[in-house]
Design a binder for this molecule. Sequence first.
Ligand SMILES: Cc1cc2nc3c(=O)[nH]c(=O)nc-3n(C[C@H](O)[C@H](O)[C@H](O)COP(=O)(O)O)c2cc1C
Length: 334
Amino acid sequence: MKHNVQKAARLSVAPMMDWTDRHCRFLHRLLSGETLLYTEMVTAPALVRGGALHLLEFSPQEHPVALQLGGSDPAELAQAARLGAAAGYDEINLNCGCPSDRVQSGTFGAVLMKEPGLVADCVAAMRAAVDVEVTVKCRIGVDEQNPEEVLPEFLARIVAAGCERVTIHARKAWLQGLSPKENRDIPPLDYPLVHRMKELFPNLHISINGGIASLEEAKAHLDGGLDGVMIGRAAYHRPTDILSAADPEIFDTGAVRDPFDVVREMLPYIEAHLAAGGRLHQVTRHMLGLFTGRPGARAWRRILSEGATRRGAGPELVEAALASLDAEGTQAAE
Ligand SMILES: Cc1cc2nc3c(=O)[nH]c(=O)nc-3n(C[C@H](O)[C@H](O)[C@H](O)COP(=O)(O)O)c2cc1C
């Protein structure tokens, strides 16, 4: 079945290394049936030269799901995109926003903001290789660049090369002197610039990203004319707050999901993961924030984080953590 990724992109959960793995995405999908989910970045060399095809594995329930690639060699990216499309991804996204040293040394990520011609070549090669959507995630610029000048030029080049949708993290990356973490907080956000890009490129589907912490903020950007909103850290740390009401609030369909139900729906998934030789904490580490801000959240976190790494830990630990929440919830209500 072909998924309508363009529609799903009204709200997306950002690609986050070490965080948005398949278990995290499965959880997020139970919270929202509609939101577009992104993989962690997978580098084209790892797939094409390293043959690391296990990095592409995902559950069919995760659709609509986009594969994010890192790289800057058009032929290699085209081959990686082919592998991703063959694995069943609904979209192939090119990372032009990640500032980490490791990534810079391989000439990919945010440093590509300085090379719009090369990015266009990469997009064109990927576009020719696959039928699914080819998209780009970028910054507004890097280092001394003037975003007002370079961003329109960058967008024009990638659109001409066949990029169908872009997500703009609304701040610069400073390639020297800041850690990747600092680069997600210190360079100032410029939301109005991203909104102006929509005026300049009315036919390009533009999603905004960076510092968006609630569905209300997301809706304000959509009402302001943007096509999509991508949320990263807030969706990871407070998945219920961001995702459980996303279907009715953002997509005008479905009902608000109850995190208790979602935990119960995770149990068969957890059992299958353990039966296949996996460890409990690999799944439950993504579930710690499910009850943040609700009664019993602290006990839930503690029971899971202390117990899930123990040898032999299984779904009964999750049930015990749920029971402690039920007890707290009842007390709070009394
Ligand atoms: C732990 C972590 C890992 C990240 N890994 C990636 C990545 O692999 N690819 C990418 O394009 N951005 C990555 N990012 C950046 C996010 O996709 C997003 O652009 C950034 O966090 C800003 O959005 P937010 O303020 O909603 O979190 C990562 C962010 C975090 C916190």
